[in-house]
Each structure stands twice: as structure tokens, then as C-alpha cells.
Ligand binder design. Structure first.
Ligand SMILES: *[C@@H]1O[C@H](CO)[C@@H](O)[C@H](O)[C@H]1NC(C)=O
Ligand SMILES: *[C@@H]1O[C@H](CO)[C@@H](O)[C@H](O)[C@H]1NC(C)=O
Length: 605
């Protein structure tokens, strides 16, 4: 045994620790067979050298739990657990018991020694890299700029903006620069009233600035007088949105849903974008996320991610849905879907269409009026005619179609369009998605299952919305809100996300919410047993919902989402076994390592 090999080992006998050189196990989707052409002697001599890349991390290793345990959750079709996986050049090439692997790979002629065993500490587990099926990457980075969510009332929130301006003297000297923030939530303030531009006037620091603040759910903007003046004049009305007005019919400074587009936003520089991106990437990797489905690329963000991919600067995988503006021309035949740019890290092959608004701001399109505001049943943001026109066209032109639908009426109308477009089509080849699928009638859940449309849902919304949802929807209709169990029982596939920055970035918070339906303090409006506990997911379902299901929902189940030979080595090591610990401990669980393509992107192995 070489000195180098000895030093790479930690305990036990050499027989148990060093898997011999690869020769027998052929990965299905990679091509290192050419290496076998190199003579055995050269290979033997070079083995140790080629197993390390420039940064000194290993390219080839066997990752194992202690002898006698099987702490690697493969999330294969049978939810198998294994003791070890073999990682080679970024791919998984074998799995099983260490002894069996060694036997399969045992060939003294080819030279043993370049396979190092890395042991995971006992008590920890390995899962496939986690995915967030619905999030907003750059917006999350932007939202961390001024943390508005801590504001308890409107004055408090304005003070947070004041603090930010004081901490950034360049802004104070340069009044025309726009102050942008994200995360105000009047539903959580002690007086639940929409703010106005006048609130900024009461504070001498904020009074003269151009300020544009996005609401927590992303469906409203609150702007200052200077920002308002910048974007004036405004139309009397706008389809799919609301310009909030006072008793004199003057805009108050709040713009809801499509009315947000009336506000002029500053153009972000490459530095701005990189700063936002880095903030998000760091938080995502720290929480074990390896794939993010961005639910709304704009042309600028798509261009930015393309540049990053070309420069090899995507530390994790991004699956983008490009926003379709219902007032603009159809573009599905003008551009080609982007698949696997930047060594497989960037794909933009789906379109995001908005059907309606959000429940919190009363923009969700319902069949019956809101229980707490009988004058409205919400609004559709896109016409039924346009939906029926563009859905089949996008599908035909090779795009996955992902439609934001919150209210039961919006979900029904979108399903009508999907049903018509899927006549005689192969749904597995098209994989249309309902983004949110939040409030659904029983009949539409059954239709969802029958059609094979994917429900992209956000479990953390449950524990935020459960406190006000019944007021808004009434005791009967509320049963169809976040009814994940009913959706699965209807035969539909669910894929899980957070909608960050609307919620936090931690996928384990989603896992916890999905399996408990209680808040982080263990309570719910229905007690500690959970809010409609019959709608809880099992841990297996929740785990699949953040690994293999998002892989399917992004056409990557052949290479991602489970730890099986032939797949990419994207995995995480968690400090605790979330599949067996008490649910309350899930939120204390830490990510010890996040690995993409076999390489550590966060933490250590
Ligand atoms: C590897 O093969 C040799 C020769 O056939 C055998 O003696 C040895 O026990 C094998 N090692 C393992 C771990 O199977
Ligand atoms: C449907 O599409 C999937 C994925 O492209 C393919 O594997 C399957 O063979 C297709 N089924 C039929 C009946 O064409």
C-alpha cells in the first residue's frame, strides 16, 4: 500500500476502506471506457495522480456509512437505502455494501488504490441533492438587501428603509438612485391596512428618495412620491391589476399584480445581478439545494444566467421558466428552448404563464366571492381565449408550459386549456405543470390526476396561510386549499418548492411543513396535531417531492433526483436522519456537505 493511500484512510483495515480500481462496473451514461485503452501499467502508475483535480479534491471515491448501517437514501423506485455509493468523475457508478462493491471492482491487475473511502459520521445521512421546484433566484438576493419582513407596522417598515439609507451614504448623496426592497406584509402588521406614498413623507430621511418596495408575496409594489412621479401618468385601469386610489381618485402608491408593470424600475448592472445571485447561491448551498427551478426568467435574467453558464459560474443547477407577458407577442416559435448549457447546469425550456394573482392580496380567481369580501371573487390575469391559444402553441413549439394558478377558478380554467391541448398527446413528453395548484375543487383534483398534469406546490405556505385562510375562503372551500394528500390520492404527482423569497430558502422547512402542517412552534389553528392533518404527506412522499419528483418535473430524472448508478453525483450529508427523528428535530438538522458532480460545493466530506 502506498503512503498516499495510507494517509487518505481513517480507520479500520485497508481491505474495508479502499475499493479497488474501476474495471467491471460500467456507468451507463458516461464515457470513461476510453480510459480502459490506456495500458494497465500506465493506469496503475497514474491512478493516484488522476484521481485528484487541481483544487485537491478527489474525483473518485466511495462514500460509505459505517459497517452495518445503510444511511444513504437512494430514493430509487423502491426507496432503497444502501451503505455506499461509488463516485467517479462526477457520476455514480456503483452502490451497495462495501464488501460487494470491492468484490465487483476487485482486479489486482489493473492496480488498486485510487479509490478512497470517505466515511460519513454515524448519525448523519446522505440524500440526493435537494431541489426547489418554484423559487425566484435574483429576487431572493434582492430581498436580502433590506429585510422588511421584520417590520411590525408601517412606521417600523419605513424605519427599516431609513436605516438602510443611512447605512448607504452613497444613496443619501445621490438622491436619484432608487432604493429597492422586498418583503412588506400588511397582513402581518398590527393594523392591517395597505400603506401609501404618504407614509414615506412622514420620515425626513425617506421623504425625498425614490423608493420601490415589493410586497412579501411579490404581487404588489409600494412606492414613494418621487418614484410615483417618475412613472406617472397612469391609465385609469389596467387589466389583471389594480392601481389603488384614494377618495380623490389619486394613486396611493400601491400597485397590485399587472399594475406593477406601470412602475419604472432601474436597470440592474452586471454587478447588481452578481451580488443578488451570490447571496442566493450561498444560502441555497448552505441548505442542501443543488437544483433551483426559477419561476420567472425575464429577458435580462435569462441573459444573465446564460452569461454565467458560459463563464462556468453556476455553482448549482438552474431550471428556468421564461415569463410570458400576456400583453406581448407570442414568442414560442421565435426562440429555441435552452437545454443543459454550462455543462448541464442551465436549462430554460419552459414558459411561465400567470393565470391569476395571490390569495393574500385577494387577487386569486375564485368561483364564489371571497368570504371576507363578498364584493369580489378575484380576477383572472389572462383571458381564457388567450390561454387556449398559447398553451397548445407553446407545447407544440417544444416548451414545457407551467401556469401559475392559485384560486379554484384559475385552476379550473387552466385545466380546461391543458385538457384541450393534451387531447391525443403524450403527457409524459410534455409534462405541463400547475404552479401552486393552491385552491382546487375535488373534481379538478381528479382531472389533474387523470390528465397527468404536475402540481408544483409550496408546503411552507400552509403554515403561513393557515391562520387567515378560513376567514378568506369559508369553512367548506378551505378544505380544498393546500390539499396535498387529496391531490396525490387523485393520482397526480406533486413536486415541492418554497417560492422563496416569499418564504425562506430552507427545503427542510418545507419537508417539516409537509409532514406536520404545524408552525415552527408546533401549533396550528386546529391544535398541535396539525391543520387538516389528513392532508399531511408521508416522509417518503416529501423526500421524493424534493428530489426525484422535481427531477421528473424538469425532464432530468435520467441523471438527477436519486443516487443510482448512471446518475450525477449530486448529494447532501445531513446531521440527522430526517426520515426517523421526531418531526420537531427536523428544523434543527444541519447540512454538513452539499455536493454537485461529486465535488463539495458547501461544507466538507
Ligand atoms: C480480490 O481478489 C483476490 C484474488 O482473486 C482475492 O484473494 C481477494 O480476496 C479479493 N478481495 C476482495 C475484497 O474480494
Ligand atoms: C411518451 O413520451 C415518453 C417520454 O418522451 C416516451 O418515453 C414514451 O415512449 C412516449 N409514449 C408513447 C406512447 O409514445
Amino acid at each position: 500500500m502506498s503512503k498516499a493511500k495510507e494517509s487518505s484512510m481513517r480507520a479500520g483495515t485497508s481491505k474495508d476502506e479502499v475499493a479497488p480500481q474501476d474495471k467491471s462496473s460500467q456507468p451507463r451514461k458516461t464515457s470513461y471506457t476510453s480510459k480502459l485503452l490506456v495500458t494497465a501499467i500506465t493506469l496503475s502508475a497514474l491512478a493516484f495522480l488522476v484521481s485528484r483535480d487541481q483544487s485537491g479534491t478527489l474525483d473518485t471515491y466511495t462514500l460509505c456509512s459505517n459497517s452495518g448501517s445503510q444511511d444513504i437514501y437512494t430514493v430509487d423506485a423502491q426507496n432503497t437505502k444502501v451503505q455506499c455509493i461509488v463516485v467517479k468523475n462526477g457520476w455514480i457508478t456503483d452502490s451497495g455494501l462495501l464488501g460487494d462493491i470491492q468484490e465487483r471492482w476487485n482486479d489486482t491487475a489493473s492496480g488498486e488504490g485510487n479509490m478512497v473511502v470517505k466515511w460519513i459520521p454515524s448519525g448523519t445521512v446522505v440524500l440526493p441533492g435537494m431541489s426547489d421546484s418554484h423559487c425566484h433566484i435574483l429576487e431572493y438576493g434582492a430581498s436580502r438587501q433590506i429585510p422588511l419582513s421584520t417590520g411590525k407596522n408601517v412606521r417600523d417598515t419605513v424605519s427599516l428603509v431609513e436605516e438602510y439609507i443611512r447605512a448607504h451614504p452613497d444613496l443619501a448623496e445621490n438622491v436619484p438612485r432608487v432604493v429597492e426592497g422586498w418583503g412588506w406584509d400588511h397582513a402581518s402588521w398590527d393594523v392591517e391596512k395597505l400603506p401609501t406614498w404618504r407614509d414615506f413623507e412622514l420620515n425626513p430621511i425617506t421623504a425625498n428618495h425614490k423608493i420601490i418596495l415589493q410586497s412579501r408575496d411579490g404581487h404588489a409594489l409600494w412606492v414613494s412620491r418621487a418614484a410615483l412621479a417618475d412613472s406617472a401618468p397612469f391609465p385609469d385601469e389596467i387589466e389583471g391589476g389594480v392601481i389603488v386610489r384614494d377618495e380623490n381618485n389619486e394613486p396611493t402608491g400601491v400597485f397590485i399584480d399587472s399594475a406593477q408593470d406601470l412602475i419604472k424600475r432601474p436597470v440592474l448592472t452586471q454587478e447588481d445581478l452578481e451580488r443578488q445571485f451570490t447571496t442566493t447561491v450561498n444560502d441555497a448551498l448552505k441548505h442542501g439545494l443543488t437544483s433551483l427551478h426559477d419561476a420567472g426568467f425575464k429577458p435580462e435574467s435569462l441573459a444573465f444566467f446564460r452569461r454565467q453558464a458560459e463563464a462556468g459560474k453556476l455553482p448549482l443547477r438552474i431550471y428556468g421558466m421564461t415569463f410570458f407577458d400576456e400583453y406581448a407577442e407570442y414568442w414560442g416559435d421565435q426562440r429555441a428552448p435552452l437545454v443543459g448549457a454550462g455543462s448541464g447546469r442551465l436549462t430554460a425550456r419552459s414558459v411561465k404563464i400567470f393565470a391569476d394573482g395571490a390569495l393574500r392580496t385577494g387577487g386569486a380567481a375564485l368561483y364564489e366571492p371571497y368570504a371576507d369580501n363578498p364584493s369580489t371573487r378575484g380576477a383572472m390575469r389572462i383571458s381564457t381565449e388567450l390561454l387556449h391559444k398559447v398553451v397548445p402553441r407553446f407545447l407544440k413549439d417544444g416548451w414545457q408550459v407551467n401556469v401559475h394558478a392559485i384560486g379554484d377558478r384559475a385552476n379550473g380554467i387552466v385545466l380546461d386549456a391543458f385538457e384541450a391541448a393534451l387531447q391525443g398527446a403524450n403527457v409524459t413528453a410534455l409534462r405541463p405543470r400547475l404552479e401552486h395548484a393552491q385552491i382546487m375543487t375535488k373534481a379538478d383534483m381528479n382531472r389533474l390526476g387523470k390528465l397527468g398534469v404536475i402540481a408544483s406546490v409550496q408546503p411552507t405556505h400552509v403554515i403561513g396561510d393557515m391562520w387567515f385562510a378560513q376567514d378568506r375562503l369559508g369553512p367548506e372551500r378551505v378544505k380544498g386549499l393546500y390539499a396535498f394528500r387529496s391531490i396525490i390520492d387523485a393520482g397526480a404527482r406533486v413536486t415541492l418548492g418554497s417560492d422563496f423569497p416569499v418564504e425562506g430558502v430552507n427545503p427542510l422547512a418545507g419537508f417539516y411543513a409537509a409532514i406536520t402542517r404545524v408552525g415552527t412552534d408546533g401549533t396550528s389553528p386546529h391544535g398541535p396535531g396539525g391543520w387538516f392533518p389528513e392532508q399531511c404527506l408521508t416522509r417518503e412522499e416529501a423526500l421524493r417531492g424534493m428530489t426525484i419528483d422535481p427531477a421528473f418535473a424538469s425532464f432530468t430524472e435520467d441523471t438527477l433526483g436519486s443516487l443510482e448508478p448512471g446518475k450525477r453525483a449530486d448529494f447532501v450529508v445531513l446531521s440527522k436522519d430526517i426520515m426517523s427523528i421526531p418531526a420537531s428535530e427536523v428544523l434543527e438538522t444541519k447540512v454538513k456537505a452539499t455536493v454537485l458532480d461529486g465535488k463539495v460545493a458547501y461544507g466538507a466530506l
